[in-house]
Design a protein around this ligand. Structure first.
Ligand code: ATP
Ligand code: MG
Ligand code: MG
Ligand code: MG
Length: 478
């Protein structure tokens, strides 16, 4: 079943059961605690906290999400996208646990011919909070699940809260057993590759207060009208229903991966590290497309920096595959064609042309940086080797960073490829010095004694301003 069909089945199922279909909010969110929407409930927060009255008692959506925390996981696990789509059903003080459990079970296990997703009920496992006897009983009664497949977990895994103070409550997750070829038996606590989490049901029943340490926030009491918030990963469901090994092989991503492999002249499945690079490219190209479509532009801070990092990681992954030509002009249209089903605005020429211009410009700038820096690095390494050295001075790494915009991990990687190490402590010390100087400068400017930079005035006048490339010191995550 194609991802687009899972999307419409999900929405249809809940619409037929009294839920209002709400379109996805844009990825950049006004929520002050986040850079991007990272879960389906984010746009509904004001209704969940009681800050404003919900316009409908029930809603359903397929929300675009970006999780920067998952970026490093991409390509290495079977199930983490930096961008993904969270389908959810929400009850704002309307139905609660019994209905939420019954609805999830019905959609997941009803035959495809009846509008369901057709998962084999005998392969579904669930987790519940260890104190939540009610939900355990619901899984037994409504779904006929045997006790062995209802796993009790503690606060760490199965207690959800929005923030402090705010709504909170136990949650219950659904996992699918993908079969013994993928790992050890025994349920999700033993192996999360074999048992893939695909749906999380959150029962917002209580309100949490401030104080009391990290996990000991006092529960202030029960909410007068509890809420339901659920999230089913569209890509995870597609992974299960398409019988593929991982999320990057599903229909919205695999064509990008294949195009990248063709460009680089490598075969997917032949080499572990190359496979990771291919999966990173597929994921990141799509994420960049979706971020650009929602108006984020590459930059040095905040959202723009996340996008820049994602684009540069995609370009680097292509280089690691041995492809040094511009890759985005070939890859972005593949991502666009896959995603236009769900997001028709991507197919509009004006929108896509703007996206492509920004992505291509960013790739060109990064390629120029790489070219210059690579020459400098190669010279330094050759020099080092000529003198019998094996460790590149911190000052060299600092110069690459400061003048050529080389992130330190790139320097480390490229040095390693040539069999030399980098004095990381020396590099870190120079970075500290630089930050200290910047602070002193700022203080001096405040007190009117700009001795720190006045000497550069003639240089500025003679050559004009230079581009600030030290972007990786300004890293932010959400
Ligand atoms: P995991 O433990 O696998 O990292 P999670 O517990 O962090 O997942 P939730 O926060 O419960 O995920 O999100 C609800 C659902 O969204 C998950 O059950 C999963 O189907 C989906 N999901 C979460 N993170 C991702 C991701 N990075 N890529 C794809 N789908 C995701
Ligand atoms: Mg996670
Ligand atoms: Mg989880
Ligand atoms: Mg979860």
């Amino acid at each position: 079943m194609r991802t687009a069909e899972i999307r419409s089945r999900f929405l249809d199922f809940f619409a037929e059961r009294g839920h209002t279909v709400v379109p996805s909010a844009p990825l950049p969110t006004p929520d002050p605690t986040l850079l991007f929407v990272n879960a389906g409930m984010v746009p509904f927060k004001p209704y969940l906290t009681g800050e404003s009255a919900p316009p409908w008692p029930r809603a359903t959506s397929v929300q675009k999400c970006v999780r920067t925390l998952d970026i490093e996981e991409v390509g290495r696990t079977t199930r983490h996208g930096s961008f993904f789509q969270m389908s959810g059903n929400f009850s704002f003080g309307d139905y609660f646990k019994p209905e939420a459990v019954a609805l999830a079970w019905e959609l997941a296990t009803s035959p495809v011919a009846d509008g369901g997703l057709g998962l084999d009920p005998d392969r579904i496992w669930v987790t519940v909070h260890r104190t939540d006897a009610e939900t355990r009983e619901l899984w037994r009664r409504t779904a006929g699940l045997p006790d062995e497949r209802i796993v009790a977990r503690g606060d760490e895994d199965n207690f959800w809260s929005m923030g402090v103070p705010g709504p909170c409550g136990p949650c219950s997750e659904l996992y699918y057993d993908r079969g013994p070829h993928l790992g050890r038996a025994g349920g999700p606590a033993v192996d999360e590759d074999r048992y893939m989490e695909f749906w999380n049901l959150v029962f917002m029943s209580h309100e949490r207060g401030e104080g009391g340490g990290k996990s000991g926030y006092p529960i202030l009491g029960e909410l007068p009208r509890p809420n339901i918030d659920t999230g089913m990963g569209l890509e995870r469901m597609a992974t299960l229903l398409q019988g593929v090994d991982n999320l990057y092989e599903t229909d919205e991503l695999r064509p990008i991966l294949d195009r990248a492999a063709a460009l680089a002249g490598v075969r997917y499945g032949a080499d572990r590290e190359a496979d990771v690079s291919l999966r990173v490219v597929a994921d990141h190209v799509r994420t960049a497309l979706m971020l650009l479509a929602d108006g984020t532009t590459p930059g040095n801070e905040g959202r723009g920096y996340v996008l820049r990092r994602i684009l540069r990681r995609a370009v680097r992954a292509m280089r690691q595959l041995g492809y040094a030509e511009p890759a985005l002009p070939a890859l972005l249209p593949v991502a666009r064609d896959r995603m236009a089903d769900g997001y028709p605005e991507l197919a509009r020429a004006l929108t896509y042309d703007r996206i492509a211009d920004q992505a291509h410009g960013e790739e060109e700038a990064f390629r120029a940086t790489l070219r210059q820096g690579t020459t400098v690095l190669d010279t330094a390494v050759a020099d080092l080797k000529a003198h019998g050295g094996r460790t590149l001075a911190g000052a060299q790494a600092f110069r690459l960073h400061d003048t050529y915009g080389f992130p330190i991990d790139l320097t480390l990687e490229m040095a390693a490829e040539q069999g030399v190490e980098v004095d990381r402590d020396g590099f870190a010390a120079l970075m500290r010095d630089q930050r200290e100087r910047a602070r002193e400068d700022a203080r001096a400017r405040k007190s009117g004694t700009t001795h720190g930079s006045s000497g550069l005035r003639p240089v500025l006048e003679a050559h004009g301003p230079t581009e600030w490339l030290a972007w990786e010191t300004l890293q932010t995550t959400s």
